[in-house]
Design a protein around this ligand. Structure first.
Ligand SMILES: Nc1nc2c(ncn2[C@@H]2O[C@H](COP(=O)(O)OP(=O)(O)O)[C@@H](O)[C@H]2O)c(=O)[nH]1
Ligand SMILES: [Mg+2]
Length: 180
Protein backbone atom coordinates (compact mmCIF):
# COMPACT_ATOMS: atom_id res chain seq x y z
CA UNK A 1 0.00 0.00 0.00
CA UNK A 2 1.10 3.56 -0.70
CA UNK A 3 2.00 5.73 2.27
CA UNK A 4 -0.94 7.80 3.54
CA UNK A 5 -1.41 11.28 2.11
CA UNK A 6 -0.86 13.88 4.84
CA UNK A 7 -3.50 16.55 5.27
CA UNK A 8 -3.82 19.28 7.89
CA UNK A 9 -7.24 20.70 8.73
CA UNK A 10 -8.57 23.23 11.17
CA UNK A 11 -11.69 22.06 12.92
CA UNK A 12 -13.56 24.20 15.44
CA UNK A 13 -15.75 22.93 18.22
CA UNK A 14 -18.52 25.46 18.59
CA UNK A 15 -21.23 25.87 21.18
CA UNK A 16 -22.21 27.91 24.22
CA UNK A 17 -20.23 27.84 27.47
CA UNK A 18 -20.95 24.74 29.51
CA UNK A 19 -22.13 22.65 26.57
CA UNK A 20 -19.15 20.35 27.08
CA UNK A 21 -16.68 21.37 24.37
CA UNK A 22 -13.55 20.99 26.45
CA UNK A 23 -14.65 17.68 27.96
CA UNK A 24 -15.55 16.36 24.50
CA UNK A 25 -12.19 17.29 22.97
CA UNK A 26 -10.29 15.83 25.90
CA UNK A 27 -12.26 12.63 25.67
CA UNK A 28 -11.39 12.29 22.01
CA UNK A 29 -7.76 13.36 22.19
CA UNK A 30 -6.72 11.75 25.45
CA UNK A 31 -9.55 9.42 26.41
CA UNK A 32 -9.91 11.39 29.63
CA UNK A 33 -12.90 12.44 31.64
CA UNK A 34 -12.48 15.15 34.25
CA UNK A 35 -15.36 15.96 36.45
CA UNK A 36 -14.81 19.57 37.37
CA UNK A 37 -15.72 22.47 35.16
CA UNK A 38 -12.65 24.51 34.33
CA UNK A 39 -13.83 27.45 32.24
CA UNK A 40 -11.79 27.86 29.10
CA UNK A 41 -10.18 31.28 29.27
CA UNK A 42 -8.09 31.35 26.13
CA UNK A 43 -8.46 29.56 22.80
CA UNK A 44 -6.71 26.22 22.90
CA UNK A 45 -5.64 24.12 19.95
CA UNK A 46 -5.29 20.38 20.35
CA UNK A 47 -3.56 18.40 17.64
CA UNK A 48 -5.10 15.04 16.86
CA UNK A 49 -4.56 12.58 14.05
CA UNK A 50 -6.67 10.03 12.31
CA UNK A 51 -6.09 7.77 9.37
CA UNK A 52 -9.02 7.42 7.02
CA UNK A 53 -9.51 5.53 3.78
CA UNK A 54 -10.07 7.45 0.59
CA UNK A 55 -13.16 6.58 -1.41
CA UNK A 56 -11.13 4.33 -3.72
CA UNK A 57 -10.06 2.29 -0.67
CA UNK A 58 -6.61 2.06 -2.19
CA UNK A 59 -4.94 4.88 -0.38
CA UNK A 60 -5.36 6.37 3.06
CA UNK A 61 -5.20 9.92 4.31
CA UNK A 62 -3.48 10.89 7.51
CA UNK A 63 -5.61 13.79 8.68
CA UNK A 64 -4.03 16.03 11.25
CA UNK A 65 -6.91 17.81 12.87
CA UNK A 66 -6.16 21.00 14.74
CA UNK A 67 -9.13 21.18 17.06
CA UNK A 68 -9.98 24.71 18.24
CA UNK A 69 -11.68 25.15 21.57
CA UNK A 70 -12.82 28.69 22.35
CA UNK A 71 -14.00 30.41 25.48
CA UNK A 72 -16.72 31.60 23.21
CA UNK A 73 -20.04 33.13 23.60
CA UNK A 74 -21.53 31.84 20.39
CA UNK A 75 -23.40 34.22 18.20
CA UNK A 76 -21.09 36.62 19.97
CA UNK A 77 -20.42 38.71 16.94
CA UNK A 78 -17.42 39.42 14.85
CA UNK A 79 -14.61 39.03 17.31
CA UNK A 80 -15.68 35.50 18.12
CA UNK A 81 -16.52 34.72 14.54
CA UNK A 82 -13.16 35.81 13.20
CA UNK A 83 -11.56 32.85 14.99
CA UNK A 84 -13.54 30.50 12.81
CA UNK A 85 -11.85 31.74 9.64
CA UNK A 86 -10.02 29.04 7.74
CA UNK A 87 -11.90 26.22 9.42
CA UNK A 88 -12.49 23.25 7.13
CA UNK A 89 -14.95 21.76 9.55
CA UNK A 90 -17.04 22.54 12.58
CA UNK A 91 -18.47 20.31 15.23
CA UNK A 92 -21.53 22.18 16.49
CA UNK A 93 -22.55 21.24 20.01
CA UNK A 94 -25.81 21.63 21.84
CA UNK A 95 -26.82 19.72 24.94
CA UNK A 96 -28.95 16.68 24.25
CA UNK A 97 -31.29 17.69 27.07
CA UNK A 98 -32.09 21.21 25.82
CA UNK A 99 -35.35 21.98 24.05
CA UNK A 100 -35.27 22.57 20.29
CA UNK A 101 -31.73 21.33 19.76
CA UNK A 102 -32.06 21.47 15.99
CA UNK A 103 -33.08 25.14 15.97
CA UNK A 104 -30.03 25.90 18.11
CA UNK A 105 -27.71 23.98 15.84
CA UNK A 106 -29.00 25.59 12.66
CA UNK A 107 -28.65 29.04 14.24
CA UNK A 108 -25.06 28.19 15.15
CA UNK A 109 -24.42 26.99 11.63
CA UNK A 110 -25.85 30.18 10.12
CA UNK A 111 -23.58 32.26 12.30
CA UNK A 112 -20.52 30.11 11.57
CA UNK A 113 -21.14 30.11 7.82
CA UNK A 114 -20.55 33.86 7.63
CA UNK A 115 -16.96 33.24 8.70
CA UNK A 116 -16.25 29.84 7.15
CA UNK A 117 -18.59 29.49 4.19
CA UNK A 118 -17.01 26.25 2.96
CA UNK A 119 -16.83 24.40 6.25
CA UNK A 120 -18.29 20.94 6.69
CA UNK A 121 -20.64 20.66 9.67
CA UNK A 122 -21.56 17.89 12.06
CA UNK A 123 -24.22 18.53 14.70
CA UNK A 124 -23.54 16.89 18.05
CA UNK A 125 -26.04 16.45 20.87
CA UNK A 126 -23.60 16.58 23.76
CA UNK A 127 -23.85 15.22 27.29
CA UNK A 128 -26.10 12.53 25.88
CA UNK A 129 -25.80 10.55 29.12
CA UNK A 130 -28.00 13.19 30.78
CA UNK A 131 -30.83 12.92 28.29
CA UNK A 132 -33.38 10.24 27.80
CA UNK A 133 -33.72 10.46 24.08
CA UNK A 134 -35.81 7.50 23.03
CA UNK A 135 -34.66 5.96 19.76
CA UNK A 136 -37.81 7.31 18.09
CA UNK A 137 -37.13 10.85 19.27
CA UNK A 138 -33.55 10.77 18.12
CA UNK A 139 -34.28 9.29 14.72
CA UNK A 140 -36.93 11.97 14.07
CA UNK A 141 -34.45 14.65 15.02
CA UNK A 142 -31.79 13.08 12.87
CA UNK A 143 -34.11 12.97 9.86
CA UNK A 144 -35.13 16.60 10.34
CA UNK A 145 -31.45 17.56 10.56
CA UNK A 146 -30.59 15.51 7.47
CA UNK A 147 -33.31 17.38 5.57
CA UNK A 148 -31.37 20.55 6.39
CA UNK A 149 -28.11 18.97 5.26
CA UNK A 150 -26.72 18.53 8.76
CA UNK A 151 -25.51 15.14 9.97
CA UNK A 152 -26.66 14.76 13.58
CA UNK A 153 -25.09 12.48 16.18
CA UNK A 154 -25.03 12.08 19.93
CA UNK A 155 -21.97 12.01 22.18
CA UNK A 156 -21.15 11.79 25.84
CA UNK A 157 -17.76 12.89 27.09
CA UNK A 158 -18.57 11.27 30.42
CA UNK A 159 -19.11 7.76 29.10
CA UNK A 160 -17.18 8.26 25.87
CA UNK A 161 -20.12 6.99 23.81
CA UNK A 162 -20.26 8.50 20.35
CA UNK A 163 -17.27 10.82 20.76
CA UNK A 164 -14.92 9.01 18.42
CA UNK A 165 -17.71 8.38 15.93
CA UNK A 166 -18.45 12.11 15.63
CA UNK A 167 -14.80 12.94 14.96
CA UNK A 168 -14.55 10.15 12.41
CA UNK A 169 -17.66 11.45 10.66
CA UNK A 170 -16.04 14.86 10.48
CA UNK A 171 -12.83 13.27 9.21
CA UNK A 172 -14.76 11.56 6.42
CA UNK A 173 -16.29 14.87 5.37
CA UNK A 174 -12.86 16.52 5.35
CA UNK A 175 -11.39 13.74 3.26
CA UNK A 176 -14.33 13.72 0.87
CA UNK A 177 -13.58 17.36 0.06
CA UNK A 178 -10.97 17.93 -2.60
CA UNK A 179 -7.75 18.87 -0.76
CA UNK A 180 -7.30 22.63 -0.62
N1 LIG B 1 -22.90 14.31 32.46
C1 LIG B 1 -22.06 14.89 31.62
N2 LIG B 1 -21.48 16.07 31.96
C2 LIG B 1 -20.63 16.63 31.07
C3 LIG B 1 -20.34 16.03 29.81
N3 LIG B 1 -19.48 16.84 29.16
C4 LIG B 1 -19.23 17.89 29.97
N4 LIG B 1 -19.92 17.76 31.13
C5 LIG B 1 -19.91 18.71 32.25
O1 LIG B 1 -20.41 19.94 31.80
C6 LIG B 1 -19.65 21.02 32.34
C7 LIG B 1 -19.09 21.89 31.22
O2 LIG B 1 -18.14 21.14 30.48
P1 LIG B 1 -16.97 21.87 29.67
O3 LIG B 1 -16.32 20.82 28.85
O4 LIG B 1 -16.10 22.67 30.54
O5 LIG B 1 -17.86 22.86 28.74
P2 LIG B 1 -17.35 24.01 27.75
O6 LIG B 1 -17.58 25.31 28.47
O7 LIG B 1 -18.24 23.90 26.55
O8 LIG B 1 -15.92 23.76 27.41
C8 LIG B 1 -18.58 20.38 33.22
O9 LIG B 1 -19.03 20.40 34.56
C9 LIG B 1 -18.49 18.96 32.71
O10 LIG B 1 -18.09 18.08 33.73
C10 LIG B 1 -20.97 14.79 29.51
O11 LIG B 1 -20.80 14.20 28.44
N5 LIG B 1 -21.82 14.28 30.45
MG1 LIG C 1 -14.29 24.96 27.63
Amino acid sequence: MLPPIPMVKKVCVVGPPGVGKTAYIERFAAGNWRHEHVPTLAPKVTRTEMTLPLADRIQEVLVQVMVWDFPQNPLGGQRQGAKLRGAAGMLLLTRADTPHPLARLTALREWALTYAPKAAFVGVLSQADRAELGPGVFSRLREAAAAKGLPLMTASARTGDGVRATFLRMGELLVADPPV
